[in-house]
Design a binder for this molecule. Structure first.
Ligand SMILES: C[S@@+](CC[C@H](N)C(=O)[O-])C[C@H]1O[C@@H](n2cnc3c(N)ncnc32)[C@H](O)[C@@H]1O
Length: 335
């Protein structure tokens, strides 16, 4: 079994921590006064679904199906509320794979609890019989699925692991928060020879908000927001805003064989005066990240910045904001 209750020792950066207790009414969309990180991850699902690079994903699923004798073993770190579990199961259902052992690790217990409840409901809606807590076992469908939920720091999990090796390690939108060589180095021993790294949605240095509010201030906010993603406690090792390209370079320079790479930009555009799904909330949460990081920044006039945030929020509420973030996906084979 993976280490269950090890204490987290890595600090999650300010903008990525679960910010406040969950007190968000179900239909709460505009001008949020409280924020829920699990709700942000739920709202992000439809944005990611459009963004994920199809070529990288198809190659991953083909290679995963071909990878080994059943069960296929997948380890996902920083798995959040379980979006990728759903995606992997959906992709394998029509294929020859008939058994999947999936381990979802996340440092935030709230995310893991949301994943456990959300995946149970999702699997039951798809006709699976679901039993157990950890592991959760899904039977009666095209794939026999076992999902193990681990609330711990991925470095502690990697250090304590003694089980069978995995056919794939997944980290989606996670390596921006860590030192890439440290994280991949810690996880590599958990991969089988020829195992797969599937590493999608890694931010790569472009945030665009349209329409312009004030071109100078827009540019300054973007620059300072990107600068805030670096973490001095990691001695410049954390790639921050340039995670995507650093990840590709790191894989290229390492023993791993880079199989596919491609872009997975988030593009959120209004439709009929509103946004699909819960994407208005997603946009408010992105603005919340920017506001939290930059309020009080010495290079920003406090009043002008507060007015900038208020204008951006009004643009969300009136269905006028377009948001783009450039990101990259990578698939590599461990050697
Ligand atoms: C941006 S979210 C991405 C979540 C999910 N992969 C997705 O794309 O929806 C980053 C996740 O990594 C988790 N995380 C950050 N540092 C971690 C660590 N050291 N060990 C395990 N999880 C970590 C956070 O709690 C958060 O859920």
């Amino acid at each position: 079994d993976l280490a269950g209750d090890l204490p987290p020792h890595r600090v999650v950066p300010r903008s990525h921590r679960t910010p406040l207790p969950i007190r968000v009414p179900p239909h709460f969309v505009t001008d949020p006064a409280t924020y829920s990180y699990p709700r942000y991850l739920e709202a992000k699902k439809t944005v990611d679904a459009r963004a994920l690079n199809r070529r990288v994903w198809s190659r991953f699923v083909d290679e995963l199906e071909a990878s080994s004798a059943p069960p296929v073993r997948v380890l996902e770190v920083g798995g959040g509320v379980g979006a990728t579990v759903e995606r992997v199961v959906e992709a394998l259902e029509p294929r020859t794979t008939d058994a999947l052992h999936y381990t979802l690790v996340d440092i935030e217990p709230d995310n893991v609890e949301a994943a456990r409840g959300g995946l149970r409901a999702w699997a039951e809606r798809r006709g699976y019989n679901v039993s157990g807590g950890t592991p959760q076992v899904w039977t009666g469908g095209p794939v026999e699925v076992t999902v193990r939920f681990v609330s711990a720091d991925l470095f502690d999990v990697a250090g304590a692991y003694e089980g069978p090796p995995h056919d794939a390690v997944i980290a989606q939108a996670v390596l921006d928060l860590l030192s890439i060589p440290d994280a991949l180095g810690a996880l590599a021993p958990l991969l089988a020879p020829e195992g797969l790294w599937y590493l999608p949605i890694h931010f790569d240095g472009v945030t665009a908000l349209e329409p312009q509010v004030d071109s100078d201030l827009d540019a300054r906010v973007e620059r300072l927001f990107h600068e805030s993603m670096a973490d001095p406690s990691l001695d410049g090792e954390r790639a921050g805003a340039h995670c995507g390209r650093r990840l590709l370079r790191h894989l290229h320079d390492s023993d791993a064989a880079l199989l596919e790479a491609g872009s997975s930009d988030w593009v959120v555009v209004p439709q009929d005066g509103g946004y699909p799904g819960d994407e208005a909330y997603f946009l408010h949460h992105i603005l919340h990240f920017i506001e939290t990081e930059l309020t009080g920044h010495p290079e920003l006039d406090a009043e002008a910045f507060a007015e900038w945030v208020a204008t951006r929020r009004r643009q969300v509420e009136t269905g006028g904001l377009i948001y783009i973030a450039h990101q990259l996906d990578a698939l590599a084979r461990h050697r």
